[in-house]
Design a protein. Structure first.
Lengths: 370, 370
């Protein structure tokens, strides 16, 4: 095999697929990037068997072929090469020569045919939306998935395509994040649970371009994302997702509207006093026109007031401030509206157009918390 | 005590002294920043008993006094406060109230009189140079000090003031770095060994302003740096420094002049193949007009040529590339000159004006290295 590419194109290609190289695997060939130029087009592929990425790399194919190269070494070399034309050449012993100007690297590759290729994903069922839109939907919900594998379903996000709308749901037992967007055109309905890890890699490699689109294809076992000549293919999580609709309520007895920036900064300050290993909730006291926030810990006390507009009853309720901070980061409105019923009931944060709904469970306020 | 300052001035102050707060100490009071406003001027002080920093903070003293506050908590709070006017107030129980707009923090301080003050350093012996100049001298030599405490002298830098010149020397047994500058005016002569840790903190807090000056005061046991109303006071390392002059030679049989950027980038690339735990030297083969660089390791091979201008004999010599990389970072000339004698003798890198001399020991080339 012999290909000639620009350093910058190689960099883009290797950075894209690197996300699918496993940290640990029992199949050493998967530590490699596969370079495939048999079809006169250059593709880089990496695959950890849960998640696979294939991307087209610009360049000239001088001799078609296929070779697998240790992804980390290959990436390190490409990152340190000067800008310019790079020749990558492999011989029958799978020795790879990488030449750029007067620099020559020689490393041992592996036979490309041993590489585990990506599964075929039928394009029968699909939706298309803007890259920016998908990226925001994921960013604004992914924080609410669980990191620990105690409940596999909670580590993924629920995708639902129904009635011309695309909805994403994440929950971890303490909070729920729901975002939805309208789809343009007619689409097949469907639902699936996508691993959180896949989505966190998508966040890293998907550009936030509002003009360009990304297509999602889904089968019973896989989802594929296609954008800018890159395919990301992931297994789905098996099982039935939680019945979200039963957890969401529109009732409330207290409603406040608050400046998001002020609220965020205050919540952020309150975390200073939560480093003692004896974490106390932040206590929100809602009265006419005012939200008072208090934290008391062995390290000290914080007390702060924020002007709000309020409807309904006064209320005192406690929260883990980190959960509220995550939501404030995921919302981009200047003012947010919060709905409460009792100190034991969830708080809802949602907008009028139902673009988003966030739910957070409160923390019981005891004598010791105050 | 009651003082009123701007958030930004508090930030500058706390960031400056934080470098002298110990990570671990048997004297808990030293985890604090001392705020002293007894003289109608506000000073922050921190002191780990080896290194102490005292800095003036702008602000109004409404009630003079002295209080010690846990440095980490105080710094965290200041960093999270909004921009604006901050009031810091302590009562007779050493409870500290920090107020900024509608935010109030209340934390427990400690009695300021328990704090270990900085030693007095006589200003009898001193030199003055530009902040930029001192910072560069330190940056360009500090890498050559030893990190491990097996030889205490090697962890410090040797400062020599003699014949109107200020010279800094660092060495770690594999290499030597020497930088010197002329002093303007008449100065007392002297020499001392300054702890590397002190100098690395100085690098962080000394601005690189060529217009402003820094003064150094030295006694038998201490050195003090004074700049921008900040004092940094450090103990000296006791002992006699190495006889440097005997290690430096002006003889050579091979001399090359090389483009620093090209050489640096090539050395940088060569480190890629040194991650196998079986590190091989980089082999420099010097011939007329050409420097060939080769590395061979279990991971692969690198081979590269750089054009040089050469005088004297051909030579093949091996080095730890990291040592050469450090020197190339410390030199700012576009072209550097390297002097060699035999494959077993040190290589010297120096300029014509003797502003700098760097020495590196080679690594023996054996069959296995090639």
């Amino acid at each position: 095999m012999k290909i000639v590419c620009q350093t910058s194109d190689l960099l883009t290609g290797v950075n894209t697929v690197l996300k699918a190289v496993p940290v640990r695997t029992t199949m050493p060939i998967l530590y490699c990037v596969l370079i495939d130029s048999t079809t006169d087009t250059i593709y880089f592929t990496a695959n950890d068997t849960e998640l696979g990425i294939k991307t087209k790399v610009l360049g000239q194919v001088e001799e078609g072929g296929i070779i697998a190269i240790n992804a980390q070494i290959f990436s390190d070399i490409i990152h340190k090469l000067p800008q310019g034309q790079v020749t990558i050449e492999s011989d029958i012993n799978d020795v790879v020569k990488i030449t750029c100007e007067k620099a020559l690297f020689e490393i041992n590759g592996q036979n490309g045919v041993e590489f585990v290729g990506l599964p075929e994903v039928s394009k029968e069922h699909s939706i298309t939306l803007s890259q920016f839109n998908l990226k925001e939907l994921i960013r604004q919900t992914l924080f609410a998935t669980a990191n620990v594998e105690t409940n596999k379903l909670m580590t993924g996000e629920y995708f639902e395509i129904k009635d011309g709308r695309f909805k994403i749901v994440a929950l971890d037992g303490h909070r729920i994040a729901i975002r939805q967007t309208s789809l343009e055109g007619a689409f097949d309905e469907g639902d699936m649970i996508v691993p959180g890890k896949t989505l966190s890699e998508i966040l890293k490699i998907l550009p936030d371009d509002a003009e360009k689109t990304v297509s999602l294809y889904f089968t019973d076992n896989h989802i594929a994302f296609e954008f800018n000549e890159t395919f990301v293919i992931s297994r789905l999580i098996e099982g039935s997702y939680f019945k979200i609709d039963k957890m969401i309520s529109n009732d409330y007895t207290t409603k406040i509207q608050i400046n998001r920036k002020q609220f965020s900064e205050c919540l952020d300050r309150s975390t200073l006093l939560r480093k003692s290993g004896n974490d106390k909730p932040i206590i929100l006291s809602i009265s006419d026109g005012n939200l008072n926030l208090k934290v008391s810990s062995p390290l000290g006390k914080m007390d702060e007031d924020i002007e709000v507009s309020k409807e309904g009853k006064n209320l005192v309720i406690g929260f883990n401030p980190d959960f509220l901070i995550d939501i404030m980061r995921a919302v981009d409105d200047e003012e947010v509206t919060m709905f409460f019923t009792t100190p034991q009931s969830p708080c809802f944060i949602r907008d009028e157009d139902a673009r988003y709904i966030y739910l957070v469970l409160p923390i019981a306020i005891t004598e010791g918390n105050y």
